[in-house]
Write a protein that binds this ligand. Structure first.
Ligand SMILES: Cc1ncc(COP(=O)(O)O)c(C=O)c1O
Length: 386
């Protein structure tokens, strides 16, 4: 059996062990220490944002970020529907209700039109979670203008988009609070971890306070608020510091992989790599692809064919408003009834989910690996078209 090709697996750069070893040598094997402080500083320098708090996961960062933005029991929070559940589970942790917002066909991210429409139904959301899907930035000029006209803060979920930019500015800078994930499948990893980025010391201090069990400054353990054990370990932060050294290389390789797929599918009229738009410089964490409506192969046909070759791929995220656990939550699409009838789907993200998949985008893949994957995809499609 050929070696498995993965969707996006951990890819060490070589310097990680130096920092991990330092943590061991100094006995700082704890959720604090030099690596944690330095990883935060190095992320601030990379992203171009003044403050960061290293946390146990991206989900924890969203949780504390939304809490800081004042989300509480009974509130409404707008959230991209086309995403992973980590984007919206924290809304529920806080006792608030998500209202999911449709995406558009050119960015696959939150539709500004749908966001504007959502205010006519839900006039008073406490915050908006905007996701940068698969490394592609959302349309922040339009989205931010709408949010600020209504006075709603943005939590930018950049879990998938470290290294991407919008109009020359790095993602992770667009939200009032922004977050990253360093889960094992992300562009760089700390095995598991996250980072909250913000603009002022007061936010950083409060988030750090909550993340370390809300311990008050007394000689004894005094707690006046509920706290969380969400801090990143000094060992994990050491992995992150080593990984940051190769981040630019990883982004470059993800973009090369995307370009190879685009070229390989250029003559196939039944499949399109996820489009990009003016101003977006995606990191292409994952290369997504969408089958045309007249393609006779389904995304599962392709996933099965790839799996038979020991290649990992997966369907696009199933929209959150279609998930049983969020069945009682609101959803807003910008499509008119006529457009919905014509497309046969209730929304853009339902349509895209029915025809899209994520192709292996592992930075350890060779050009030959990518071309082989593309050849299996092309063959599966053409065999079904016969
Ligand atoms: C869009 C998105 N949001 C949030 C998360 C949650 O991050 P974590 O797994 O670090 O909790 C992830 C990924 O895991 C994600 O892809």
């Amino acid at each position: 059996m050929k070696q498995r090709i993965y969707l996006s697996s951990p890819h060490m750069g070589g310097e990680e062990m130096k920092y991990v070893q330092e943590a061991f040598d100094t006995n700082w094997v704890a959720p604090l220490g030099k690596n944690v402080e330095m990883f935060e500083k190095e992320m601030c320098d990379y992203v171009g944002r003044p403050y960061a708090v290293a946390l146990a996961s991206g989900t924890a960062a969203i949780h504390l970020g939304l809490k800081y933005l004042g989300v509480k029991e009974g509130d409404t929070v707008f959230c991209s529907s086309f995403t992973f559940s980590g984007s919206c589970n924290p809304i529920a942790y806080l006792g608030a209700k998500p209202v999911f917002i449709d995406c558009d066909y050119d960015s696959y991210n939150m539709s500004p039109e749908a966001l504007e429409k959502a205010y006519s139904v839900y006039p008073d959301p406490k915050a908006i979670v905007i996701v940068n899907l698969y490394g592609q930035p959302a349309k922040f000029d339009e989205l931010k203008a709408i949010a600020s006209a209504h006075g709603t803060p943005i939590l930018e979920d950049s879990a998938e988009s470290l290294g991407a930019s919008y109009k020359g500015v790095k993602t992770g800078t667009f939200g009032d609070i922004s977050i990253f994930s360093f889960n094992g499948n992300k562009i760089i990893t700390t095995s598991g971890g996250g980072m909250l980025m913000c603009n002022d010391e007061a936010t950083r201090k409060k988030v750090l306070f909550w993340a370390t069990q809300s311990r008050e400054p007394f000689p004894w353990y005094q707690h006046e608020e509920i706290g969380y054990n969400y801090r990143m370990s000094n060992v994990c932060a050491g992995i992150g510091r080593g990984q940051l050294k190769v981040l630019d290389e990883r982004v470059k390789r993800k973009r090369e992989i995307n370009a190879l797929y685009r070229k390989a599918f250029a003559d196939n009229p039944y499949i399109d790599v996820i489009p990009t738009f003016e101003g977006a410089e995606s990191s292409y964490w994952l290369t997504g692809a969408t089958l045309t409506k007249d393609c006779k192969a389904s995304f599962m046909d392709i996933i099965d064919a790839l799996n038979a070759e020991n290649i990992e791929s997966r369907p696009a995220w199933k929209p959150m408003h279609m998930q049983p656990v969020f069945a009682d939550c609101g959803f807003v699409t910008h499509l008119t009834d006529e457009q919905r009838k014509k497309s046969g789907f209730g929304s853009v993200c339902e349509d895209l989910f029915s025809r899209s998949l994520c192709l292996p985008s592992d930075t350890k893949m060779t050009d030959e690996d990518v071309l082989f994957v593309a050849s299996v995809v092309n063959k599966t499609i053409y065999d079904k078209q016969k």
